[in-house]
Design a binder for this molecule. Structure first.
Ligand code: GAP
Length: 436
């Protein structure tokens, strides 16, 4: 469906694709942009204590050396000596412990790779190579003289915030506690990309780094506060509460920068999976970069602690799609929150071969299009047009019929209830505005 309707395409598909890279089609880009817009509205515009930045993807390689990513941003890699598949040792161990039959792992590609040989049998435990640490940073080579200089595509967007900490403090009126928000691409040379966009090598993150004064108790309260805020954001946009849960990281699973961490997980068709990470990074990063904060009122100088909320835009897009997908007999309905729906309104003439109906509908479409993402469809029969809009999540369909020519009203059909009401054409902008 995501390919047929233009949400997500395999990257470089005409050349056989490229593992871990995905493209967003005409509807996918709208959905993804809407998610980012709603996040920014909530996390930046909706607050007085957060400002945004947009840092470069490639940074001075020194940043990654100091941040610990070159030495510690790793996954444990092993190879099966029988089938030569490479996979993460921790994934293998996790599944060896929890899975009683191979059938249970049928859906999660990452686990399939880690668990099953090409002959369909589990990898023999005694035939795995010794574990190697595999660095996830993606190298790039820059410059015009040989050897070219090695740099890195950022493995997390976060470091761009830390290295600009002083710039932001000096150029804006922020005072601790405050946050810096950012949305942007990150790259990881993942061992086992898979499950559509869930684990890719190029992906987008939406992150908040919230700086607080060092204080164990208060920082824990801030951590709990952000957990609640982030959960609330997803449910306010329609994700079902029972499909969400927090899972604290075991100490050995924590990233090198985290004092403690929890994942917000979604119950995907391939099992509970991380949506967003909430991390207490303490003074790890600012400390490493030797950055401090001076309170202008008290003259007190200290290294702030950081509470981070780090969401994946691609995972959010995927899970909003999965959560919204409903089959109702032959009808497929994408029950996206209208704020996220690629099109808010579709306008149809009842019959495609009646010029006066088509012209009237076209006029309404052109007017609404200036106010909301709106599409026009005059193909096939009206039932099929409704079904097509249901499948892409358009919340309202406006149909121009013969009565419209007489009394200036149209029918507005609601996606979820399939109920129709008659509305005066001149009231349509207000009607949709109020609903949105
Ligand atoms: N700055 C902290 C950080 O990067 P993370 O838990 O490694 O933390 C945060 O990543 C979020 O980024 C994840 O919860 C996920 O949504 C997204 N993400 C991470 N790796 C990803 C990948 N390979 N493909 C898609 N999204 C990914």
């Amino acid at each position: 469906m995501v390919k047929r309707r233009g949400f997500i395409f395999q990257g470089s598909e005409i050349y056989g694709g490229y593992q871990g890279f995905w493209d967003y089609g005409p509807l996918g880009v709208e959905l993804k942009n809407n998610i980012k817009k709603e996040w920014w509205k909530k996390m930046v515009y909706g607050r007085e204590d957060v400002v945004g930045i947009d840092a470069a993807i490639v940074m001075n390689p020194k940043v990654w050396e100091v941040s610990g990513h070159l030495s510690a941003f790793t996954d444990p890699l092993v190879e099966c000596k029988v089938c030569h598949k490479r996979f993460r040792r921790d994934t293998f161990d996790e599944f060896s412990k929890s899975v009683t039959g191979v059938g249970n792992v049928a859906l999660k590609k990452e686990y399939l790779d880690a668990f099953i040989c090409e002959d369909g049998k589990p990898h023999p435990k005694d035939k795995l190579t010794k574990e190697k640490t595999f660095n996830l940073m993606t190298e790039v080579f820059l410059g015009i003289t040989e050897p070219k200089e090695k740099a890195y595509l950022r493995g997390e967007i976060t470091q761009g915030v830390f290295v600009n900490f002083e710039n932001v403090v000096n150029s804006s009126r922020v005072k601790i506690p405050f946050g810096i928000a950012q949305i942007g691409k990150a790259f990881r040379n993942e061992i086992t990309p898979g499950n559509l966009t869930f684990r890719s090598r190029e992906f987008e993150q939406m992150e908040l780094e919230y700086f607080v004064k060092p204080d164990e108790k208060k920082s824990q309260e801030t951590f709990e506060y952000w957990k609640k805020e982030r959960l609330g954001w997803y449910t306010s946009l329609g994700i079902k509460k029972e499909k969400l849960r927090f899972k604290d990281h075991e100490p050995e699973k924590r990233a090198h920068y985290a004092r403690y961490a929890t994942d917000l997980e979604y119950e995907a068709p391939f099992g509970w999976s991380e949506f967003e990470g909430i991390h207490h990074r303490g003074d790890y990063d600012l400390g490493k970069h030797k950055l401090t904060y001076k309170d202008k009122e008290t003259n007190e100088e200290y290294t702030p602690w950081v509470i981070e909320t780090s969401g994946g835009v691609d995972r959010a897009t995927l899970f909003f799609l999965v959560d919204a997908y409903h089959e109702d007999g032959e009808r497929v309905v994408l029950k996206l929150n209208p704020k996220l729906a690629p099109y808010k309104v579709a306008v149809f003439p009842l019959l495609a071969n009646k010029e006066n109906l088509v012209n009237k509908a076209k006029g309404i479409y052109l007017e609404l299009k200036l106010l909301f993402p709106t599409c026009f469809d005059a193909r096939g029969n009206i039932g099929k047009r409704y079904f097509a809009q249901d499948e892409i999540g358009t919340p309202w369909c406006v149909t121009v019929d013969f009565q419209s020519l007489e009394d200036g009203t149209v029918t507005v059909r609601d996606r979820d209830s399939a109920k129709q009401e008659r509305i005066s054409i001149d009231k349509l902008p207000d009607y949709f505005q109020n609903k949105l």
